[in-house]
Design a protein around this ligand. Structure first.
Ligand code: AN7
Length: 354
């Protein structure tokens, strides 16, 4: 059967009915890739999987929530949506609004969004407001303006978003035959970690899994309110997607940490970029810097034994590496070799670099 997106697939578990006009781009159903080389590299016997959410239609997990949020906005008669974004939400909002034939307004922090994401918001025809401030300032504006203008908020404070995003947990349980022991995610607003917990809990209650995973959230050191224990007013990190200091799902995520037996930790930009490169070079999987935070964290905690050998571990890679080409190129020392279209020159270059 043709796959037509996660709402159609999980319609019995989502707030839709047979009359709902579903706005979909075929999101969800993303690969769960088992790592072959990295566990051997670090000498640990763990089953480590990547949930490659960068392969959603706009290149990030946001599509799972956006299909649901835009479907409901249209159902409720809305003609426009609005979000604040570090980039990926704006790309998804712009694309799904285009698909639905409604308007998207996106508020992004000036100069701090990855090139691919900006290109997406622009080409899909969103109205882009660059704010002289960060994501948290933008979020504050969105909440205020929504009371004064006819626009539906599609940030993750819109609970339909979390409903759509919970389906990632369903897919993982179905594919593994059970929940993993640990699920590691990068955390910004903490919407995604919350959505996964909702999904895992739903399947566990119905006996579709024998357990729920320990939910482990990793942040960038310069934007780590869950680790420092207080909100951060001037978040900074190369992982611009998670450059967030005042997480919107703060309380929910703290409850989930306790209920699941998980924890939070943070990593320097250097560690995040190292994990991004390690994954691309050793496994052929390219994610954006924010996403690599989950791998940086899992690797540290597997190596230290906090995640014991014999465990199954899923790391969500939230966004595709192509979202942020500048940062990718910036961390490669090896530049292209310039040669003339001459057999000897090309042959020599190959032999020199074998
Ligand atoms: C690649 O696009 O908040 O903890 O405005 O793009 O659910 O916020 C992006 C978040 C992780 C954090 N990885 O997820 C936005 C935005 C990537 C992201 C997160 C984001 P949450």
């Amino acid at each position: 059967m043709r796959y037509t997106g996660l709402i159609e697939r999980y319609k019995d578990r989502l707030p839709v009915n047979s009359n709902t006009n579903i706005i979909s781009l075929g999101e969800g159903n993303t690969p769960l890739i088992k790592l072959n080389n990295i566990p051997k590299d670090i000498g640990k016997d763990v089953d480590m999987y990547i949930k490659y959410e960068g392969l959603n239609p706009t290149g990030s997990f946001k599509d799972r929530g956006m299909t649901m949020a835009v479907t409901k906005a249209v159902e409720e008669g809305s003609k426009a949506i609005i979000c604040a974004s570090t980039g990926n939400t704006s790309a998804a909002a712009a694309a799904y609004a285009a698909r639905a034939g409604i308007k998207a307004f996106v508020i992004i922090p000036e100069g701090k969004i990855a090139l691919g994401k900006l290109a997406q918001a622009m080409i899909h025809g969103a109205v882009i407001l660059q704010i002289k401030g960060n994501f948290d300032d933008g979020m504050r504006m969105v909440k205020e303006v929504a009371d004064h203008a006819p626009v539906s908020i599609v940030n993750s404070i819109n609970l339909f978003r979390l409903q759509g995003q919970k389906t990632a947990a369903f897919e993982i349980v179905e594919e593994l035959g059970d929940a993993p022991d640990y699920h590691c995610l990068p955390v910004g607003n903490a919407g995604n970690i919350s959505a996964h917990w909702i999904g895992y809990s739903e399947y566990f209650k119905e006996g579709k899994s024998s357990k729920t995973p320990k939910m482990v959230g990793y942040q960038a050191a310069g934007a780590a309110p869950f680790v420092t224990g207080h909100m951060v007013d001037n978040p900074e990190t190369v992982a611009t997607a998670i450059r967030i200091g005042h997480p919107q799902s703060h309380h929910l995520a703290l409850q989930i940490e306790k209920m699941s037996g998980g924890w939070f930790d943070s990593f320097s930009d250097e560690d995040i970029l190292k994990a991004q490169k390690f994954l691309t070079e050793r496994e052929g999987i390219f994610c954006e810097p924010a996403s690599a935070t989950s791998v940086a964290g899992a690797l540290q905690d597997i190596q230290s034994g906090k995640i014991p050998e014999g465990s199954s571990v899923v790391c969500t890679l939230t966004g595709h590496g192509l979202k942020d080409p500048d940062t990718a190129i910036g961390q490669c020392d090896v530049k292209p070799i310039l040669v003339n279209p001459d057999l000897n020159e090309v042959k020599q270059a190959i032999l020199d670099n074998m």
